[in-house]
Design a protein around this ligand. Structure first.
Ligand SMILES: Cc1cc2nc3c(=O)[nH]c(=O)nc-3n(C[C@H](O)[C@H](O)[C@H](O)COP(=O)(O)OP(=O)(O)OC[C@H]3O[C@@H](n4cnc5c(N)ncnc54)[C@H](O)[C@@H]3O)c2cc1C
Ligand code: FES
Length: 340
């Protein structure tokens, strides 16, 4: 640590921000329940008011703020970095207090497997433990790029420092292309984490619904892996929904089916969203958006389930609308991350 700044929250909590830490990262590192969601400058749930002091916003963070926000000196906790001591106003909450305080570590790429035309499975190894709740993510940085990106672990917490991810290539994407194409085995990256609230809940025996879109498979796989090891698995039913664009994206069976023996019942539902002729000729399964298939399959039984979802923001928006507005699923039973 080269230097740190003292950040005070109006209600009395005080924490130190180390060099390179956003206000949000620093607060969570100190165990403070700072509100947040994506850590990526998109959901705006980390907004706070700067009462005294100076911060630097990232371009993303600045662009996400409205003119009114800027006038009121509001900033995004995940996208602003203190230039000195500061006083802020934000409503902290118990639910945001991290179970594992985020920590920084170096990790080395030890395995990289191509699994579809645009997705790879990567395994990194760090010294020490890989401590996280299934469904959580880390913020990854690579040498030479000053930004971070969120990636969700697809394995489960372990003492061997193993971190597995499913990464989807985004056209012209800075990080996804480096991770999939340029990073050679033995290369070092930096992690900060874990973060995220869409983690597995083990305080109930409710049957589970997982909805994954594209690389959302990663965190949903982590959740299934975790639940499969629980003693409650034998009485738990799992419904796993996977959405991709084309037939060649449909890789979920291979990953999820092996857990059928652990659960009282495991059902897998796949849907391809692109209605091109090629897709329709090569796919005999369901066609359409994955939330439409959820609606068809579950129908009015929805409030009985614990829901987990990960994938594109549009998928989650449609799904959450269905669950909350149409089916009245209690908010506490819906856990999701949007991959902005
Ligand atoms: C909480 C969270 C968890 C995440 N977990 C994962 C994960 O497990 N696996 C994974 O692969 N990704 C995950 N993501 C997405 C990831 O953080 C990056 O956004 C993604 O890899 C693209 O980064 P990039 O640097 O390659 O693209 P950028 O350089 O940021 O983007 C390049 C261009 O592509 C557009 N773009 C960015 N993302 C997408 C997208 N998903 N689809 C279409 N266009 C896009 C941008 O608007 C931009 O125009 C997660 C995101 C969040 C917020
Ligand atoms: S914008 Fe900061 S947590 Fe989503």
């Amino acid at each position: 640590v080269e230097y740190s700044f003292t950040i005070s929250i109006e209600d009395g909590a005080v924490f130190e921000a180390e060099r390179g830490d956003s206000i949000m990262q620093a607060a969570l590192r100190s165990g403070i329940g700072f509100p947040y969601g994506c850590s990526s400058g998109s959901c705006c749930s980390c907004k706070y008011e700067l009462l005294d002091g100076e911060v630097i916003d990232t371009k993303r963070g600045f662009n996400a703020l409205s003119i009114r926000d800027r006038k009121k000196n509001r900033h995004l906790g995940c996208q602003s970095f203190p230039k000195g001591p500061a006083l802020i106003r934000v409503r902290t909450e118990r639910q945001y207090i991290p179970k594992y305080k985020p920590e920084k570590c170096n990790a080395v790429l030890v395995e990289s497997k191509t699994i579809t035309h645009d997705m790879s499975e990567l395994m990194f190894k760090s010294d020490g433990y890989a401590n996280f709740l299934s469904g959580q993510y880390i913020l990854l940085s690579v040498p030479g790029i000053k930004e971070t990106r969120a990636y969700s672990m697809s394995n489960i917490s372990n003492n061997d420092g193993q971190w597995q991810f499913h990464v989807k290539k985004v056209k012209d994407g800075k990080f996804s292309n480096v991770l999939i194409n340029s990073l050679s085995l033995g290369s070092e990256v930096n992690f900060d984490g874990p973060f995220g609230h869409a983690y597995v809940r083990t305080d109930n025996n409710r049957d589970v619904v997982c909805v994954a879109g594209g690389s959302g498979l990663g965190p949903m796989l982590s959740i299934v892996r975790h639940l499969a090891n629980e003693s409650s698995a034998k009485v738990r039913k799992v419904h796993f929904f996977f959405g991709g664009r084309r037939p060649e994206d449909m890789i979920c069976e291979k990953y999820i089916q092996p857990f059928a023996k652990n659960f009282s019942e495991l059902s897998i539902y796949n849907s391809v969203s692109e209605r091109s002729k090629n897709n329709l000729d090569n796919w005999s399964g369901s066609v359409g958006f994955i939330h439409e298939l959820v609606e068809k399959v579950l129908n009015v039984r929805a409030p009985e389930f614990e829901f987990y979802a990960a994938g594109p923001p549009a998928m989650n928006d449609s799904l959450v609308r269905l669950l909350q507005l149409k089916w009245n699923v209690p908010f506490e039973q819906i856990h999701y991350d949007s991959f902005f």
